[in-house]
Design a binder for this molecule. Structure first.
Ligand code: UTP
Length: 317
């Protein structure tokens, strides 16, 4: 993306992250029973799985080395990024160039690597398995159930900020005060002015899990994108199981913050799609279907008629 090259390299504290990790081994309990046999990362948004949107986001940011952390029953995710010579030959025979390009697209986005988290002991625990792949460089983490609008990129600015601070970089989005109990919420202070050319940046002084509105230190919620220095692996090893008996990434990051690692965040004001639970997933499908060149016109017309007719077939409650 063009903004990557806008900042002189001389200001960087560390090299820019070049690898991404997508932890996707979770049990996806909020989407049961759909996710009993199908990973939530493979649920389709119109005609491509959620995971493809996420890998597209990394690829757009210039990150084409992607490690997928998978678990039991989730290996089918990786197949989506393979070539399918049999299918491609059939589409070629039929002269269906459009579908052929769509089938090849996932394999062209990135080099996909995998590793397994044998037991689902938390996000921090899952990220710990990336150590041998990532080595001692900073890396991006993209959670497997949310993504942002490609026209309003977030990762390039996060990677630039991380290269300059050498610390931890998070992303936040604003939520209505009544919603703070659904998210990790940040306490922040103004960031150093030297980062103001990158984006809207804040300095993070703490994170609270799902606070009641009256206890929330702000209305800035944690978005599922992180750019982390390699020191996180050691911090994860030193992190005891926390809430829910899981090794929490938040706890490992907080350990590093208390030991002096700077923690900053970008306040993201673009569109974020949350496909980790049914309501957000439905909203995502409707929004992205409406925007599609090929079927958006017809879909919007149907949706308008459906709404104007008072949701026929729906319950009156
Ligand atoms: P979530 O908190 O969304 O958990 O994890 P989940 O299991 O996916 O879904 P729910 O909450 O039960 O409905 C955030 C991210 O961390 C990954 C998930 O796959 C998701 O991308 N994760 C979580 C792991 O890879 N391993 C874990 O042990 C926990």
């Amino acid at each position: 993306m063009s903004e990557q090259s806008a900042t002189p390299a001389t200001t960087s504290a560390t090299p820019r992250a070049v690898k991404a990790v997508i932890p996707a081994a979770g049990l996806a309990t909020r989407f049961l029973p759909a996710t009993k046999a199908v990973p939530k990362e493979l649920l389709p948004v119109v005609d491509r799985p959620v995971l493809q949107y996420i890998v597209e986001e990394a690829s757009h940011a210039g990150v084409t080395d992607v490690l997928l952390i998978t678990g039991r029953g989730k290996t089918s995710m990786v197949d989506h990024f393979d070539r399918r010579p049999d299918l491609e030959a059939r589409l070629e025979e039929k002269g269906d160039a459009e579908r052929l390009a769509a089938v090849r697209r996932p394999s062209e986005l990135a080099e996909i690597y995998t590793c397994r988290q044998p037991e689902q002991l938390g996000l921090g625990h899952a990220i710990g398995y990336a150590e041998s792949h990532v080595g001692d460089a900073a890396f991006a983490v993209l959670l497997g159930d949310e993504f942002v609008n490609l026209a309003e990129p977030l990762l390039p600015a996060m990677m630039e900020l991380q290269a300059r601070t050498g610390g931890i970089v998070l992303a936040f989005f604003e939520v209505p005060p009544s919603d703070t109990k659904r998210y990790g919420i940040a306490s922040v202070e103004p960031a150093e002015s030297e980062y103001a050319d990158i984006a809207e940046v804040v300095k993070v002084t703490g994170l609270v899990e799902k606070p009641k509105p009256e206890d929330a230190p702000s209305n800035l919620a944690v978005l599922g994108r992180y750019v982390l220095p390699a020191g996180i692996f050691d911090a994860i090893r030193r992190t005891e199981p926390g809430s829910g008996g899981e090794i929490q990434l938040t706890d490992a990051m907080d350990l590093m913050r208390r030991e002096g690692t700077p923690v900053h965040a970008i306040v993201y004001r673009g569109t974020r799609y949350d496909t980790g639970q049914p309501l957000g997933y439905l909203q995502t499908v409707v929004q992205l279907a409406s925007e599609r060149d090929d079927l958006g016109g017809e879909f919007r017309k149907w949706l308008t008629d459906f709404v104007n007719a008072g949701f026929p077939g729906g319950s009156s409650t």
